[in-house]
Ligand binder design. Structure first.
Ligand code: HEM
Length: 408
């Protein structure tokens, strides 16, 4: 299989403004970069002194001093701070530069340093830089430098307050979205509970009717008719148990019964049995490896994931003879369960889309389905720390993989 969808994993960074656009908006030209390189020796000459002042400023405020308790860390930071200042003046501003700055931003955000602290610290850069430059020139009056610095402080304060408002707004939007999600989740769970009750009541009635029929008319009926009615009754019990298990899936993950080793073969056989009518009708040859290794997870989640992947394959196989093969590949820690079909295949650009909710292949818009099956399959397996992805070759077929831990 030559086309592989991305296994689920880390989310990408959101699209941000391009570097070229940032520089344009800042009106930072090559002349600016040249000027910075020219003043670099003057500013760097007092680098050590600058760094001492920088950190004494941070030590003077409890909110920043608390991050600097470890003297070894502070010594390391002093060296890095000096290098940072030098690179700001001398380095080429390219994608690698942006990446290094992003890393610094990430490190600070992770430990909890706020934009307000950051801006205050950059003000140290300005005060030091401008005073250093003024001291080397007669034309730049000290009063003028102090005026520029006051103006910059006013600008920094404005930037700080605007950033505060921006983050407050963004956080409040996020909180509203979370509230909505929580409410939708609660309503969905209540709906699932009501629906399960509504579905189980008529099933119990059907089972009772089967019993009554057997009690009242059993002796007059042929043995084969009694056997079929008994089978119908057993099916209603099984369906009722399945509704209970599905209801379990709508309960928050932590409440769900503990995960453990799963009898993979049995779980897949259950999923196949549920699809039996469609499999027969479409004359699909299903082959299930005779022995499969146990995997670690929740059996209901695995069964539903397999069921969704299988029903997707059953729906789309288009050749005769149509085949679906289910087998396993084991590595040290993990086991990959593969569902391979000889269907039409999936175009490379669609391979990842198919796992998004309500995304259906353009070529399959006419087929029945909610567009949620593969999305559910992936999210169920991810809840057990596993991955789901697909590989495909147009015209040849697709393989859907479920990877779970082989041992707990
Ligand atoms: C002008 C603004 C600042 C610059 C340019 C700057 C620069 C840096 C750099 C280059 C690093 C090393 C990052 C790495 O490991 O790759 C660092 C780490 C750190 N900075 Fe800053 N910093 C600034 C402001 C602050 C402020 C206001 C604080 C507050 C105390 C602070 C505290 C820290 C701490 C605690 C770390 C170490 C984080 C860790 O490795 O756990 N920095 N900084």
């Amino acid at each position: 299989m030559n086309q592989v969808s991305q296994p689920s994993g880390r989310a990408d960074l959101p699209e941000t403004v391009s570097l070229a656009h940032r520089l344009e908006f800042l009106q930072m030209s090559s002349a600016d970069r040249q000027r910075l390189r020219e003043i670099a020796p003057l500013i760097n000459a007092g680098g050590e002194q600058f760094v001492e002042r920088f950190y004494s400023h941070l030590f003077a405020f409890p909110e920043t001093a608390r991050f600097l308790q470890d003297p070894i860390l502070v010594e390391r930071l002093k060296r890095m701070q000096q290098a940072h200042l030098e690179s700001m003046l001398e380095d080429e501003v390219d994608e690698a530069y942006v990446e290094r700055r992003r890393r610094v931003g990430d490190v600070h955000a992770q430990v909890g340093i706020t934009p307000q602290m950051f801006l205050g610290a950059y003000n140290q850069y300005l005060q030091y830089g401008l005073r250093q430059m003024a001291s080397s020139r007669d034309v730049l009056l000290p009063d003028f430098v102090e005026e520029v610095l006051s103006l910059l402080k006013a600008i920094f304060l404005d930037v700080e307050l605007t950033l505060d408002a921006f983050f407050a707004q963004a956080t409040s939007n996020l909180r509203q979205a979370l509230d909505m999600l929580f409410r939708a989740n609660t309503e969905l769970r209540q709906f699932a509970q009501l629906t399960s009750h509504d579905l189980k009541t008529p099933l119990a009635t059907v089972a009772n009717l089967c019993d009554e029929t057997l009690d009242e008319f059993g002796p007059q009926m042929p043995d084969e008719a009694c056997r079929l009615i008994e089978m119908a009754k057993q099916r209603t019990y099984r369906m009722s148990a399945m509704i209970d298990e599905l209801l379990e899936l709508s309960i928050p993950v932590d409440d769900l019964k503990a995960s453990g080793p799963i009898d993979t073969h049995q779980v897949i056989a259950e999923a196949i049995e549920r699809m039996a009518p469609e499999i027969d009708q479409r004359k699909i040859a299903i082959s299930l490896a005779s022995s499969l290794p146990p995997v670690w997870g929740n059996r209901v989640r695995l069964r539903e994931a397999i069921f969704n992947i299988l029903s997707n394959a059953v729906k789309f196989v288009d050749k005769q003879p149509a085949t679906i093969k289910i087998y396993a590949e084991i590595s040290n820690e993990t086991c990959k369960l593969a569902v391979a079909d000889n269907g039409p295949g999936i175009p490379p650009e669609e391979l990842d889309r198919i796992f998004s909710p309500f995304r259906r292949l353009k070529t399959h818009q006419d087929r029945p389905g909610s567009g949620l099956g593969l999305y559910f399959a992936r999210s169920l397996i991810e809840q057990d720390g596993g991955r789901v992805w697909a590989e495909s070759q147009l015209g040849i077929g697709s393989v859907f993989y479920i990877e779970l831990k082989h041992k707990g």
